[in-house]
Write a protein that binds this ligand. Structure first.
Ligand SMILES: [Cu+2]
Length: 155
């Protein structure tokens, strides 16, 4: 008996389409746990928080969002007994170490928010990352808006 005579031909044409859909370029950094604090009526700024991990030494050099006129990188530190916020031009990202932006510490600040940010809204961001060879790459992510908790009204 010749096993080739009734051989079944398998159609593989659809595989090309599937492969194209998964061929995404690797992001230069990994962003996780991103969220934005909801704004109160009349509030024009909002803090955004996230974890960033870079595979290699890099630096965060800017951030933008269509939800605000500008996005600044801020750090917070005690000066005497006053908590002070400072704007950063760039933030070094060490290799393979998670850098956390969190309430009371580093944060992104949405300045001049275009419309109130409500619980459940999704805010898109674009970060610009400068790698060790000075090349720059954009990283896009979305952060979900969470309601402000209790007393912690300040970002
Ligand atoms: Cu701030």
């Amino acid at each position: 008996m010749n096993k080739w005579v009734n051989g079944v031909r398998v159609c593989v044409m659809a595989l090309g389409v599937l492969a194209a859909g998964t061929a995404l370029a690797a992001d230069p950094v990994k962003v996780s746990n991103a969220w934005v604090r909801a704004t109160m009526p009349g509030q024009k700024v909002a803090g955004a928080y996230l974890d960033i991990e870079s595979p290699d030494k890099a630096a965060l050099v800017s951030a933008t969002s269509p939800a605000a006129v500008s996005v600044e990188m801020h750090s917070m530190a005690m000066e005497g007994n006053i908590m002070k916020m400072r704007q950063l031009d760039r933030l070094d990202l060490p290799a393979k170490k998670v850098v956390s932006f969190k309430p009371g510490g580093l944060h992104l600040m949405l300045v001049d928010v275009k419309k109130p940010l409500k619980q459940g809204d999704k805010v898109p961001f674009t970060l610009v990352v400068e790698k060790a060879d000075k090349s720059r790459a954009e990283v896009k992510f979305e952060a979900e808006v969470h309601a402000a908790h209790g007393e912690h009204m300040k970002h």
